[in-house]
Design a protein around this ligand. Sequence first.
Ligand code: AMP
Ligand code: MG
Length: 331
Amino acid sequence: MKTLVLKPDKESLAIAADIIKSDGLVAFPTETVYGLGALATSGKAVKSVYEAKGRPSDNPLIVHVHKDYDISELVYDDFPYVEKLRKAFLPGPLTLVYRSKGMVASEVSCGLDSLAIRIPSDENAQAFLRACDVPVAAPSANVSKHISPVTAEHVYEDLNGKIPLILDGGRCSGGIESTVLDVTTETPLILRSGLVTSEMIKKVVGKCEYAQHKEGDKIKSPGVKYKHYSPKCKTKFFERKDLDKAVEEYKSALNRGLTPIILCDDEIKSQLMNVNAIDIGKTSKELAENVYEALHEAEKISDFIIGIELVGDSEIDVGVMNRFFKATRDD
Ligand code: AMP
Ligand code: MG
């Protein structure tokens, strides 16, 4: 299959909508990462998303809709705080998990009785979803477990030949995937951390907790249990206190003929001399925005990525470190 890469305009959006409505797949930009969209009401289309990505079939998908879409067709609203959350954060990088009305293909939620819905704020994402005017199930547009894509080139590298169209809206601004929040419980529960933090949610509704996954629990958000976001080369992670050990590891790798690279924040970078290192940023927002781009870059130019614990200036670090640790740990 030939993969077209087109800038979003009237013509390409009409082509994209036609592809979606005939059970095909379209990659599109959002403010977090690129999504791989499929018609959520079609079991055939949704199955082909799992196939194109090689995604485990028990990791459910988020349904994306434009901002005027009537989501009461799809889900139940159980608590008054949910409307407050929508007013405060949507459109934006917050996915809400509701009780489902069963209107989309069962493959979307992998048989769970819940449905995750996101309303992205990115203009191109809105234009695409409006052109489709149907619920679009969309995971990140990468091969499962590889680094999430933040440019159309990243999508092309992973999915060239497997999908008919990539809408190229340039680089994503936010950088890490949406916060996933369960709103089927009295207290909203963070299933996956992201740019919308528990502090921000608490300010609006007065309560918010992180979901705790204990051994033997039925996992509420199955995606969190998989290895994720990983470069194709060897990786190793170090805490900040072990910076000396990280530098030793780097030198020993050089001696073994490897081309290592260190990924770190601005403060650690300023302490390093005579090593090849990428400075991911200083503030938590910068770290979130640059972390995937840095991993993609490092994967291209090195064969051994050494990650050093990142520290910014806010709770967004929880989401950044969740991805960075999973990407650079060595198991
Ligand atoms: P991705 O599509 O790669 O951004 O991952 C989507 C994330 O949302 C995964 O962590 C899923 O487990 C989570 N998710 C999607 N649908 C649901 C749902 N119905 N209930 C709980 N978590 C969900
Ligand atoms: Mg993903």
